[in-house]
Each structure stands twice: as C-alpha cells, then as structure tokens.
Design a protein around this ligand. Structure first.
Ligand code: ADP
Length: 543
C-alpha cells in the first residue's frame, strides 16, 4: 500500500528554496586579501545563480552536461554550485593541485564542456588547452576590468556573462536520483576515479552530517569551510549552511594562510570550521607563536588524514577549541563518521578520555560499516580486532563514473581501502590504509599509531611510517621524519621515544630524517613516493 504523502524530491533546489524563504538575509562573506571582505547574502547569491542559469541556457548547455570549476572557496564558486546543480547540469569540481596528466585525464574522462576558472588557474589551462578537445569554452571568474590575458579559445568574463541576463529563472523539476555533481579522487595508484552524486545523496548527506551528534549545524552558527570547495564540496558545507541558515565565511584563495584565517575568525565571529590536520597545525602554530586567541571559535572538525593527539590537546588546552575528528571519503559524499562523545563518555577515566580523541566516531545516519579479514570473514566489534572496512548507505557510491556502465554488477558494500577496528557501540578507529599496513613476521603493524607516537615527540614536525623490505621479517617499519626548525633529536633518541609507548615489535627499525615529506594533491603525505624511495632502505643499510 502506498502512502498518501506528498512526493517532493530531495534536490539541491529544495535546499536553495528553503534557504531563500527562511534564511535569505543571512550573510556570505569572502576574504579578498584586503581588510575589506566581500559581503553578500543567500538571496543575492541565488539571484546571481538565476542569471547564471539563464546564461548557461543561452550558451546552449544541455541537461546533464558537465560544467567544471577550477576555483577557490568564494561567493562566485557558491553561485556556480547552485546554478549548475539546480539547472539540471552536473557540477564538476576539479582539484587544481592535481598533476597535469591527471587533469587532462579527468577533463576528458568526464566529458567537460565548459570550464569556470579562477584567474589563478589560467596558466594551468593555457598549458592544457590543446589536450582538451571536448571543451567548448572558458568562463573566467572575475570582472571585465580584471580579465587576465590568456591563450585560451572562446574565453568569457563571468561578471559580463551574468550581467546581461535576467534574474528570473524557472528552475527545472529534477528527479532526486538524477546526477548532480562529480568529484574525482586523486587516486594514489592508476587513474583518478569519479564519484557521481545524486541530488538525493547530497541532501541526505547534508541532513545527516548536520544532526547534533554528527557536526551539529544551526542558524546561529557562523561557519568557515577551509577544506577546498574543489575537494568533495568542502565536506558539504556549501549545502549544509544554507539548509540550516548558518552564516558562511569563505577564505577565498587564502586557505593556507593562517593570518587570514585568524582575521576572518576574529572579524566575523566564526564559531565552527572544518579543515585537514595540516591547516589546523598551521593555525595553532601561528596563534601560539603570536600570542593570539580565537575566542569565538568553539568547534572545529578535523579529517581527511590522521590527526596527531598533540593537536587535539593544543586546541583544547591552549586555544579553548573542541577539535573533533571525522572520517570520510570522496566516495561517501565526504563525511562517513564523526567522533562526538556519547552518553558513555562521562563515565570514562582520564586516560580513556584522552584516547577518545583519536577515534573516528560513529557513522552518520544512513551509513553502515563492517570489517572483514583477508578470507572475507566478518570480524567482531570488540574495539581491538582490525580488518578491511566496508561501508554502505544512500550517501555511498555503488560504482565509479564511467566504469563498466551497464554491464557491471553494482556493489552491495563499498570497500574503502581503509583498515579499522570497531567498538561494541559502533565507534570506528582507522588504523591504516590497506596498502600502507606493515606486515612484520605475519603480524600487522599500524603506521598511523606509529606516526602518532612520533608526532607526540616535541621535536617532530611531521612523520610518516612506511614498510621497508626485511630479510627475516618480510617487512619492518621505518620512520621518515621532519624535525621542527630550531630543534634537534637523534635517531637513537627517537627510537627510545617509542619504547614503552608502543608494543616492542612495532618500534621502527630506523629513522630517516628529511627536510620535508612529499604530499599528494589533496595535501596528504604521499606514502607511495616514500615507499618508492625507501622500500629497500633496510637492505641497503646492512650492505
Ligand atoms: P584521496 O585523498 O585519495 O583523493 P579522499 O580525500 O576521499 O581521497 O580520502 C579518503 C581517505 O582519507 C580515506 O580512505 C582515509 O584513508 C583517509 N582519511 C580520511 N579521514 C581520515 C582520518 N580522520 N584519519 C585517517 N585517515 C583519514
């Protein structure tokens, strides 16, 4: 028997309509590099999105067409988010930090027809343009006064393009299951892979992540996404903030500039923010070094890569900010779990409370997880046993874009490539990526645990642990470390630091000091590069 409820689709258009009706005057502020920030409101932005939707129709864009952005976190990118998705096109946010061959692959694989590009990335496209046969034109995200020179064909100016259009537009009725946006993961091996999201998955993700026991977002919040909008929708903030009516504060192109982040937090009263560990580390260093505080900032989410325990303590004790760990992936619309204390937390002793920070939390509503061993056997949720982590739910992809279309069986469970343990209450702890695990004499060693231990040493700035080939044990952990400027530590001191802090068999066999670690386009340590360089380190050391 069917229900008698109205069947209104869960689309990004419904988020926009809601925000326009109930939160239209809420502000959107963007850093400009001067003391004067750019200021607008949801309603003004949606008006400009309607002009852009008219422009897209005038350009002859067809439903489902991929519209790429190479852009920072700012008000124009926000408008494109809405015009592209609500207009029935596919928003395709491209990470400009990817290597050229990856960008070329992504543009062509996705079949991109129009590119919305920040002037900063014109030189990148100048180099690529002859290898992008499908692209029909480029729209530069600036005013006519500031249009940069370029070698691109068919270049339009964004402000001119939308200025000549009407701000009246009838958004099409969209099926909630239709494609809404597309993000590629950087892919540490092989070609990047595309996650093609539906309107429904984006809305459900925004709802679930905004619940109080996830990241909890409300109309009273002032939120600053420091995760790039080209990286899985800045973890959904451009959809979640309008949905609840939170004020949005965009850092523009200054994502990696702690002094500008501090200025934005202070001037706009930011109380909630999201970023990867590197950014929070930069901000904490800057604030502590200059004796600054961020009294308005109450909560910050950290995720995307393992976060050292020392950072949770610095945020709590020195800055009065609750740093909360989340775990997620491009393939999960971004957030999969959030580590918010449940009712049992109050009963924990101090040591257990400290250890709690390092957990990754319980799944958001709708996401199910499980762990299994190499033979495919499901493993218990005892908080100790680790296994390959799988996830499923309405915010999880069932296969990659363009992969085995039609023929392929859709997966019932998505294999994350991460290794985790699960507590009896469903709180997960990521201990590694499958390919980064170290297998020593048949025992698994978690590289994340060792990196955490190394990072808790006062002289260590950054650390990565990789598997090096070993004659007797097959693989042994080797620590690659960067020392903080002005401090020093020896190999022997570091090895001694591990003793008593981790199981004896896990203590790294050697330490390699480097000036800096290699990073991927998403800012994570590239263990692939490190393994290439140091896989035979222990053997070469012996000879
Ligand atoms: P990529 O970095 O491959 O482009 P993602 O940004 O989607 O893709 O990365 C997802 C991966 O990042 C996860 O599978 C996991 O290995 C890692 N990750 C995400 N959050 C955390 C976290 N809080 N702690 C440790 N690792 C994390």
């Amino acid at each position: 028997m069917h229900s008698l409820m109205m069947d209104l689709p869960l689309t990004v258009t419904s988020v926009m309509t809601h925000a326009a009706l109930y939160h239209g005057d809420r502000e959107i502020v963007t850093a400009t590099g001067t003391d004067e920030f750019h200021r607008t409101t949801y309603n003004q932005s949606f008006r400009r999105a309607r002009r852009l939707a008219n422009a897209l129709a005038s350009l002859g864009c067809a439903a489902g067409e991929r519209l790429a952005t190479l852009a920072w976190n700012d008000h124009r990118h926000f408008e494109i988010y809405y015009a592209a998705t609500c207009g029935g096109y596919v928003l395709h946010t491209v990470n400009p930090r990817l290597f050229e061959p990856q960008l070329e692959y992504i543009f062509n694989h996705a079949g991109v027809r129009w590119v919305f590009v920040d002037p900063d990335f014109i030189p990148l496209l100048d180099k690529l343009k002859d290898r992008l046969p499908l692209v029909r034109g480029y729209v530069v995200l600036t005013s006519s006064r500031a249009m940069p020179a370029s070698a691109l064909d068919n270049v339009l100016c964004y402000e001119e393009l939308i200025a000549r259009e009407s701000d009246v537009f009838d958004w099409p009725d969209l099926d909630e299951r239709s494609a809404c946006s597309l993000c590629y993961t950087s892919g540490t091996t092989g070609n990047p892979k595309g996650a093609l999201y539906s309107h429904r998955s984006i809305v459900l993700h925004a709802l679930a992540v905004s619940m109080p026991d996830a990241t909890g977002l409300s109309a009273n919040d002032i939120v600053m996404p420091v995760v790039p909008m080209f990286h899985v929708h800045a973890w959904g903030i451009p959809f979640r903030a309008p949905m609840v009516g939170a004020k949005l504060v965009f850092p523009g192109r200054y994502l990696g500039r702690p002094e500008i982040l501090h200025a934005l937090i202070s001037a706009e009263g930011v109380n909630f923010s999201v970023a990867v560990p590197t950014i929070w580390q930069l901000l904490a260093d800057h604030l502590e070094h200059n004796g600054l505080k961020v009294p308005s900032l109450k909560r910050a989410i950290v995720g995307g890569a393992a976060c050292p325990q020392s950072l949770f303590r610095r945020f709590r004790d020195n800055l009065g900010v609750e740093l909360i760990q989340g775990w997620g992936m491009t393939e999960l619309c971004s957030v999969g779990t959030v580590n918010v204390p449940g009712p049992a937390f109050a009963g924990l002793d101090e040591e257990a409370k400290e250890g709690f920070d390092l957990k990754h939390g319980r799944p958001i509503f709708g996401v199910q997880v499980r762990i299994y061993d190499d033979t495919g056997k499901s493993l218990p949720w005892d908080g100790k046993t680790t296994g390959h982590l799988q996830a499923r739910g309405p915010t999880v992809i069932r296969r990659y874009f363009g992969e085995g279309d039609g023929a392929a069986e859709d997966a019932q469970w998505f294999t994350t490539g991460d290794v985790a343990s699960i507590d009896p209450d469903g709180n997960i702890r990521i201990t590694d990526r499958s390919k980064d695990l170290i297998k020593s004499g048949g025992e698994w060693i978690s590289s994340i645990e060792l990196e955490n231990c190394a990072m808790s040493h006062p002289a260590i700035l950054e650390a990565a642990v990789i598997a090096a080939a070993h004659e007797k044990w097959n693989e042994r952990p080797v620590l690659v470390a960067v020392v903080k400027p002005g401090l020093s530590v020896t190999r022997e001191e570091l090895i001694a630091w591990f003793q008593g802090r981790v199981a004896r068999m896990c203590v790294p066999d050697d330490v390699i000091f480097v000036e800096q670690l290699p990073h991927t386009a998403t800012g994570k340590v590239s263990k692939l590069d490190l393994r290439r360089r140091y896989a035979n380190h222990l053997q070469s050391r012996k000879s």
